[in-house]
Design a binder for this molecule. Structure first.
Ligand code: SF4
Length: 333
């Protein structure tokens, strides 16, 4: 049994303005706006790859779903509801939207059409950063909208970004702490990538903005990942989806197709470093779950090389008895 997600992109649909970093046509790869027929097509196509017992959810992403003109929104929801009622979309429908486009009326409507999860693009909980990046809402809007989403019985998802114009590592960590306090079930973390055709591109080209590099982003995002996970929040995405268009259309910023893997490797490195720091230099075995051997080793053996620089020559081995995430045992050789 697995979880199948059918994504239907509504690029920029409903957005009242243009955020500094956003170009949904590049991010989603979608150009045209979907119709009911596209929802039908996506569901019929998905039926071919779904096994009995799988959980299937349809997600409307890439715009401000609850701010879409009501008739158009209902057209899409009606198309999806057919598949909810028929039992195919047994995981219901998921929508993403802005925190300032949520109220009791629209949430009641979503409920009636089989929506189960609402994701809010919070991006930052610092009003200065929100304003500099032309988000058009405040941190208080995120708090109010989150409470409203939960009070209507939806699963809450929250999205945040790092490295925005005017943002620091400390305010990203504070954003994560404040989002966790809102009790989301899921989170998405997106390091800023400067895309063509955005306000950030202008700021970058004029020299007013320099996005963090991948080397700066991995330590921060690994801390955010750890913070969310330790507080029971499932991080369902870290970094933009890998696709050719992003690599062609990005101007600068921290993009890597396997960013999550890099961040997980960084967490293992920190754990090993902490556990070794009071031990004498020498040769050690690092035991982790078999699935985590490559993360402990790091890309191009980066973690082992860094530990060796501190005087610890390490060998990584998989141990079937260690199954918890980031569990690590160290043995002296
Ligand atoms: S970030 Fe979200 S709200 Fe802002 S322009 Fe893009 S899709 Fe619209």
């Amino acid at each position: 049994m697995s979880h199948a997600n059918i994504a239907v992109f509504v690029p920029h649909r409903g957005c009242p303005q243009q955020c500094s970093f956003c170009n949904q046509h590049i991010i989603s790869g979608a150009v045209a706006q979907p119709t009911a027929a596209d929802v039908d097509r996506a569901c019929e196509q998905a039926k071919k790859g779904v096994a009995a017992g799988d959980t299937v959810q349809l997600a409307f992403f890439g715009g401000s779903f609850t701010a879409i003109e009501r008739g158009e929104m209902l057209e899409l929801l009606t198309a999806a509801k057919k598949y909810v009622d028929a039992g195919f979309l047994n995981g219901g429908v998921r929508v993403s939207t802005r925190p300032d486009c949520i109220d009791d009326d629209v949430l009641s409507l979503l409920k009636a059409y089989g929506v189960r999860a609402v994701e809010l693009g919070a991006q930052s909980m610092d009003d200065r950063v929100l304003s500099l990046n032309r988000r058009g809402h405040t941190a208080e809007d995120v708090v109010n909208a989150s409470r409203l989403v939960l009070s209507h019985g939806f699963e809450l998802g929250l999205q945040m970004m790092t490295g925005l114009y005017g943002s620091t590592d400390e305010d990203s960590l504070e954003t994560a702490r404040r989002l966790i306090a809102l009790h989301p079930t899921t989170a998405r973390i997106y390091p800023t990538v400067v895309l063509k055709g955005t306000r950030l591109e202008q700021l970058y080209r004029s020299g007013d903005y320099q996005p963090p590099t991948l080397e700066q982003t991995v330590p921060l995002c690994s801390r955010l990942l750890q913070l969310f996970e330790e507080n029971g929040v499932r991080v369902i995405r870290l970094g933009l989806h890998a696709q050719d268009d992003i690599e062609r259309q990005m101007v600068a910023g921290a993009y890597h197709p396997a960013l999550r893997e890099l961040c997980q490797g960084e967490i293992y490195y920190r754990k090993a470093s902490e556990q070794l720091q009071n031990r004498p230099s020498g040769d050690y075995q690092l035991l982790v779950s078999p699935a985590a051997v490559s993360q402990m080793t790091g890309q191009k053996k980066k973690n082992l090389l860094r530990l060796a620089q501190q005087g610890y020559r390490c060998l990584v081995l998989g141990d079937e008895n260690l199954q918890s995430p980031y569990e690590l045992k160290i043995k002296e050789l």
